[in-house]
Design a protein around this ligand. Structure first.
Ligand SMILES: Cc1cc2nc3c(=O)[nH]c(=O)nc-3n(C[C@H](O)[C@H](O)[C@H](O)COP(=O)(O)OP(=O)(O)OC[C@H]3O[C@@H](n4cnc5c(N)ncnc54)[C@H](O)[C@@H]3O)c2cc1C
Length: 458
């Protein structure tokens, strides 16, 4: 059997292994721990002392402690529609396949009744009239609290089909040898394979960028996605989230004609903090049953960068680093009313807030000092437009957390419609390769790369 090495045990790596198991000799290398050993020592109040963040690294990847919204969409969380040689039809097939695999693990998309269909149509019409777009998606919600169990059973299923897992394997380098095989080196060991799938997620995007530039793989830059996480009382979003849990609005702003979109909505959830090397981000998660009183969602401005700085990610990272300095190594929280009024928010006023912050490990401050004028203008104008569909979202009491950013990394060009890079034998998949931004999108990439390998090996 030919050997396939997969770097990264997130959704992209796991679904690639699912497709290859039994047909190839598959080994997954991951920098983090096995899923049952992934314990964050301070889940509510990150102490930033961990050498490796248990929430982001390890079996299941960032998906393990995600919100567990499994969105079966070709448009949301995926770029495969636009990838040369893939396109919408192929992507549909991949998403369907991902859905069928999830169903085997008892993860099913919710039913859309006739009444809901009618309401969705009405909402779409209302959005069109307000000059924005509403994208309905089919979705299953696993919930942060059930993900560990799901990933353990997925991993065990793969093991029983012969897939090898190596934890604490931090791959530093990948080299193509003269005999056409590949050598991956960690600090301690080397691993050989006939084909490699590199799926290191967003946490590994910087490392992969180094490999791409060193080996001369072809790539383009993805647009930058930067903004805030918005938190409101649940009653403001309930009508919409009852129709589609992860509401997707795409809004063009009047001043800059940029696009702002809602992303990763967590009804009844909490805002979460993500700690990265040199900067912090905010994110969101929710538990099964949506026990909390607020809804939070990402509100992101998408801007493609061109020249001379084509790398919008680096620009956003730089801003995130500065926010870390500004806010004393914490995310910044500000009431929308304070932002519009031109003054910082203060912790001592929190008892009077209508919306109580669900993330406490923050600095109450001024987002006006943190984000560039254009991004702030887009956010303020975007919320004004969204208020026409969701009255109350633009209230003074709305909370904004910064920075929220999605780093899509370099988009590595594929040479065959199966995510094979310009270095024959190396495939890429998932968020780290700039191809996805969600569990299903990453999983679809994994399946596609695996299909490419199987086709080559035939
Ligand atoms: C808090 C949070 C909430 C989220 N909520 C949702 C949600 O509800 N729905 C949704 O669809 N998406 C959600 N996401 C996004 C989703 O988790 C990611 O899109 C998805 O996990 C990406 O999959 P991936 O396989 O590409 O990468 P990842 O899941 O990031 O996995 C990459 C793996 O590669 C490993 N790795 C990295 N570098 C190396 C290296 N050099 N050597 C060896 N191993 C390496 C890492 O340890 C990691 O385990 C959320 C993310 C976060 C952080």
């Amino acid at each position: 059997m030919k050997k396939v090495m997969i770097i990264g045990a997130g959704p992209a790596g796991l679904f690639a292994a699912y497709k290859l198991a039994g047909k190839c000799d598959v080994t997954i290398l991951d920098k983090g721990f096995p899923v049952e050993k992934r314990h964050c020592p301070s889940p509510e109040n990150c102490n930033r002392k961990c050498a490796l963040c248990a929430k982001l690294y390890g079996e299941g990847g960032a998906g393990t402690f995600s919100d567990g919204k499994v969105i079966f969409s070709t448009e949301i969380g995926s770029t495969l529609n636009d990838v040369e040689g893939v396109g919408l039809k192929k992507n549909h097939g991949l998403v369907d396949e991902v859905e069928k695999i999830f169903e085997k693990y008892n993860v099913h998309a919710g039913n859309v009744t006739k009444d809901m269909q009618r309401k969705i149509k009405k909402l779409e019409e209302k959005c069109t009239k307000a000059g924005m777009r509403f994208v309905h998606t089919s979705l299953a919600h696993v919930g942060t609290d059930r993900l560990v169990e799901l990933i353990t059973s997925f991993r065990d299923g793969l093991k029983s089909r012969g897939v090898g897992f190596v934890s604490r394997a931090d791959v530093r380098d990948i080299r193509k040898l003269e005999n056409g095989m590949f050598l991956a080196e960690t600090e301690k060991e080397s691993y050989m394979a006939d084909k490699v799938i590199v799926a290191p997620g967003r946490v590994g995007a910087k490392w992969l960028e180094g490999i791409v530039k060193e080996t001369g793989m072809d790539f383009t830059y993805n647009p930058m996605d930067l903004g805030v996480r918005v938190e409101v009382k649940r009653c403001i979003t309930d009508k919409v989230t009852a129709l589609t849990r992860d509401m997707k609005f795409i809004i063009q702003t009047p001043t800059y004609k940029d696009y702002v979109r809602t992303f990763c909505t967590c009804p009844g959830g909490k805002v979460a903090r993500e700690t990265h090397d040199g900067y912090n981000l905010v994110n969101g998660h929710s538990e099964k049953g949506d026990p909390y009183e607020n809804t939070n969602f990402a509100f992101l401005v998408t801007i493609p960068f061109t020249k001379p700085m084509a790398n919008g990610n680096e620009y956003a990272r730089q801003i995130a680093r500065e926010i870390r300095e500004l806010a004393g190594d914490k995310p910044i929280l500000q009431r929308l009313g304070d932002l519009r009024g031109g003054h910082r928010s203060k912790k001592e006023h929190v008892s009077g807030y209508v919306v109580k912050p669900s993330l406490e490990d923050v600095t109450f401050g001024d987002i006006g000092l943190a984000l560039p004028y254009r991004i702030l203008t887009d956010i303020i104008e975007g919320l004004q437009k969204l208020n026409r569909i969701m009255p109350g979202v633009n209230n003074d009491d709305t909370l904004l957390y910064a920075p929220e950013a999605k780093f899509h990394a370099l988009r590595i060009k594929n040479s065959d419609g199966y995510l094979q890079t310009s270095i024959q034998g190396i495939y890429v998949a998932g968020d780290g390769a700039g191809l996805s931004r969600g569990i299903v999108g990453a999983a679809a990439c994994g399946i596609l790369a695996a299909e490419g390998i199987l086709k080559e090996l035939e």
